[in-house]
Design a protein around this ligand. Sequence first.
Ligand SMILES: Cc1cc2nc3c(=O)[nH]c(=O)nc-3n(C[C@H](O)[C@H](O)[C@H](O)COP(=O)(O)O)c2cc1C
Length: 180
Amino acid sequence: MKKVVVITGSPRKGATEGMADAFQAAAEARGFEIVRFNAAKLNVGGCKNCNACGRVAGRTCVFDDDFTPIAKAILEADGIVLATPLYWYSWPWQIKATLDRFYSFLVGNFDIKGKKSALIASCGEPTVEAMDGLVFSFKKTTSLLGLEDVGHVLVPGLHAPEEHKATDACAKAAALADKF
Ligand SMILES: Cc1cc2nc3c(=O)[nH]c(=O)nc-3n(C[C@H](O)[C@H](O)[C@H](O)COP(=O)(O)O)c2cc1C
């Protein structure tokens, strides 16, 4: 059975959670196991650049917080989906802290190469170009980690938490499951 880790990064129940729900439902319908974390509700501190990655048995990062189960799930998974709103043309700190801790895979020599990865994102401005910085960060990060980037669902023009329901956002997020 394929296993996919979904990490969401919005502090509210809006477009990000809705699209992640749609992806999860479609992936589970294909028989995948989904392990989901809402980084905005967890206690994940940022990377301290101590470069002690891998020096404590059973963890990628020496610091033990809610990143510990996320890292364990990623090591066991076939794929990773990051789902996030755009905050100031970049990642919200809630999910960025989790992403920063991916450093422990690299420096600790934990092999996540070849796992599939995808990005689900939305923003308020009317054009997808507003998300160029986020997409650049995602592409470069996944490339450096050796992950296979299988696709992006980018939905502009969303403000209120329910607005995505009147668009094709959830259909696109569901279709992303085919890429895994
Ligand atoms: C702190 C903050 C910063 C934001 N920055 C941007 C931005 O730089 N560009 C943009 O187009 N939308 C921006 N937005 C709007 C959100 O990206 C957008 O409404 C998104 O769809 C919210 O997703 P959610 O419903 O999952 O929380 C911002 C929203 C907040 C709260």
